[in-house]
Design a protein around this ligand. Structure first.
Ligand SMILES: Nc1ncnc2c1ncn2[C@@H]1O[C@H](COP(=O)(O)OP(=O)(O)OP(=O)(O)O)[C@@H](O)[C@H]1O
Length: 621
């Protein structure tokens, strides 16, 4: 027998699992059954695609055996099995870096944490919530030797040769005090039905059944084996045969989520391609939604045979929060990841699936606006990513995304903004570049307020990148208010061109500010503030440049903003009238610095700013 120690992270994880999830220990069974189901999927796949396994007699099943007297439960499967190396690697270390994230995200809130368990794949170790000793006997398909792994879940495990008649894995739990409640056939059946009813393989329970013997007038125990799950590929049944509970149960069993999903979309396509899709939108966004190594949630089946559940090709990445199933009749069973990337069948299914999901969401937005807002609260941002990456569906995405605006409380749609456009209004406007409070008080919005034009407040960090690529909504231009070119909507035909009168001051300011600015010019967009800065159409805003630098992008050229001056402002009028001296110079810098501050851009030299401010203060007190 050889003794091994757990990797440090495993010990840490075990402690956390045992101590933070005590209020929902029943998930141990869901996790172990799902491991068995995965192992059966893997072997089935091999028997269909790999010549070495084609002749194998494969009887896929999961057997639970309860020994009430000894308080043990075994979970046995006829799946792919593990050899010595696998046991050490899978049940002694943590391979996935995502699990390290898991460790840092545990909150102590049992409900939330048990969801995390499913998401990060630390399932097996949950056995130690209910058992003080766990034994795993496993034989890998195609190998002769079996191995026994045993552990008390504390420091390490033992491993030794063993025997097993056929390939597969048997996990034996020696229940601890916490686990004793599961040494009960009713309880086990209840838990299996709750979480694993739609596992595609039959789950049998063997136990001593008490039955009333009428002749002898006493209850007798008979050793019985019964199937406890429905084991049907539920998504292949017609919609009208399925209840809401069926859908919700299936969702929970495939996603590991505790909560009901927000919506689901079930589609059967027949014709040039035959396939079934069942997509779910989780009520809460998956915790790894914004991690580069996110786990995908759509499982690929071919003719009801599970193929893979980690193919990022199945849906575009902006829909990575969608959970569910794609079951195709037309793909080959031995389809590999490489083939998937350019497979025509999959491309068509994917295109149709995206269209379907988006159009269903559009229906919900129209018919169940309150439910839709719950969706938006979780997924508005990933939809915005779609604007950037999914050109074909851009119009639909623009209709689905919701916006903050200067005109309404809460969120609004572009269709509504469009319906509120003023007579003769040419474009729709938005502002980007910082927190909502900063944007709402930006001097750039003054003229829009004055002219009663609505402006969208885009305060997500990705908004500027995403929306700078979106030029139109339908046939209407979408314009950023902090870009240099101004729209016709702002030009006042009646007003004489003030730039001529202001020219001497503009030249003076440019001479003072030198190459810190591209240009100084008279503004048509300011009402109450004396100055503002704007960027060229094709350039990122000052705030964006600062953010890119903060994110470590060093090679961003120093792009200069244009300073705009309000010809009607008191300070500007006074400046125009006064002679050139150090005060005019201080004022020039203060006009520029305050415009930067209002954009949320930190000043390069705050000390200089304060010196100038104090000189001016000194004059006015
Ligand atoms: N019954 C089993 N048969 C074969 N291999 C198994 C079995 N149980 C566990 N394993 C192996 O051990 C690994 C670790 O299992 P664990 O439940 O901890 O995480 P996981 O199943 O990989 O993640 P997730 O729960 O997210 O699917 C599995 O990936 C699998 O390779």
């Amino acid at each position: 027998m050889s003794k091994r120690e757990f990797q440090t992270e495993v010990s840490q994880l075990l402690q956390l699992i045992i101590h933070s999830l005590y209020s929902h220990p029943e998930i141990f069974l869901r996790e172990l059954i799902s491991n068995s189901s995965d192992a059966l999927d893997k072997l089935r796949h091999l028997t269909l695609t790999d010549d070495a396994f084609k002749g194998l007699a494969f009887d896929p099943r999961i057997d639970l055996e309860l020994d009430e007297a000894n308080k043990t439960l075994t979970i046995a499967d006829t799946g792919i099995g593990m050899n010595e190396e696998d046991l050490v690697a899978h049940l002694g270390t943590i391979a996935r870096s995502g699990t390290k994230n898991f460790l840092s995200q545990l909150s102590g809130d049992a409900k939330r944490d048990s969801n995390l368990i499913g998401q990060f794949g630390v399932g097996f170790y949950s056995a130690f919530m209910v058992a003080d000793r766990v034994e795993v006997v496993s034989r890998k398909a195609g190998e002769e030797l079996a191995w026994r792994w045993t552990s008390d879940g504390k420091t390490g495990f033992d491993i030794e040769p063993a025997e097993r008649l056929v390939a597969g894995t048997t996990v034996t739990l020696h229940f601890n005090e916490e686990g004793e409640q599961y040494a009960n056939s009713w309880r086990l059946q209840e838990v299996v039905k709750k979480y694993s009813n739609h596992i595609a393989f039959p789950i049998f329970l063997t136990y001593d059944k008490s039955e009333w013997n009428d002749a002898e007038k006493k209850s007798e125990k008979t050793h019985t084996t019964e199937q406890v799950n429905a084991a049907s590929a539920l998504w292949r049944r017609p919609k009208n045969e399925l209840t809401e509970t069926d859908y919700k149960e299936l969702y929970k069993s495939i996603s590991g989520d505790w909560e009901d999903p927000l919506f689901w979309f079930h589609t059967k396509a027949e014709g040039s391609l035959d396939y079934t899709t069942l997509f779910y939108i989780p009520a809460k966004a998956p915790l790894d939604l914004y991690q580069a190594e996110y786990k995908t949630g759509v499982k690929l089946y071919v003719k009801r045979v599970f193929i893979m559940d980690d193919a990022k090709e199945l849906l575009p990445s902006y829909l990575r929060f969608v959970r569910g199933i794609i079951d195709s009749e037309d793909l080959p069973l031995n389809v590999s990841r490489e083939i998937l990337q350019q497979n025509r069948v999959l491309t068509s299914i994917r295109t149709a699936s995206v269209k379907k999901i988006l159009s269903e969401l559009k229906n919900i937005a129209a018919n169940q606006p309150e439910q839709y807002l719950k969706f938006i609260a979780e997924y508005n941002r990933p939809l915005k990513e779609g604007l950037y990456s999914d050109f074909a569906n851009r119009e639909t995405l623009l209709d689905l995304i919701r916006f903050k605006s200067t005109k309404v409380e809460g969120l609004t749609s572009l269709a509504d903004v469009k319906s509120r456009m003023k007579e003769g209004q040419k474009s729709l406007y938005y502002i980007t570049g910082g927190a909502e409070s900063l944007l709402r008080t930006s001097p750039l919005l003054e003229i829009y307020k004055k002219k009663d034009l609505e402006v969208l407040i885009l305060d997500d960090d990705i908004d500027e990148i995403v929306f700078s690529g979106v030029e139109k909504y339908g046939d209407i231009d979408l314009k950023a208010v902090n870009k240099a070119s101004t729209s016709e909507d702002l030009q006042d035909e009646a007003e004489p061109d003030k730039a001529e009168t202001l020219k001497p001051l503009l030249d003076k300011l440019k001479a003072t500010l030198g190459d810190r600015v591209k240009e100084v010019r008279a503004s048509v967009r300011l009402a109450d503030s004396p100055s503002c800065i704007v960027s060229d159409e094709a350039e990122p805003s000052m705030k964006m440049q600062q953010m890119l630098r903060a994110m470590g992008q060093k090679d961003i050229p120093a792009l200069k903003p244009t300073l705009e001056i309000n010809p009607d402002h008191e300070i500007v009028k006074k400046l125009l009238a006064r002679p050139d001296d150090v005060t005019t110079e201080d004022a020039a810098w203060l006009l520029f610095d305050q415009a930067l501050l209002m954009e949320g851009v930190p000043l390069p030299d705050p000390a200089l700013f304060v010196q100038r401010l104090n000189r001016i203060l000194n004059l006015s007190i």
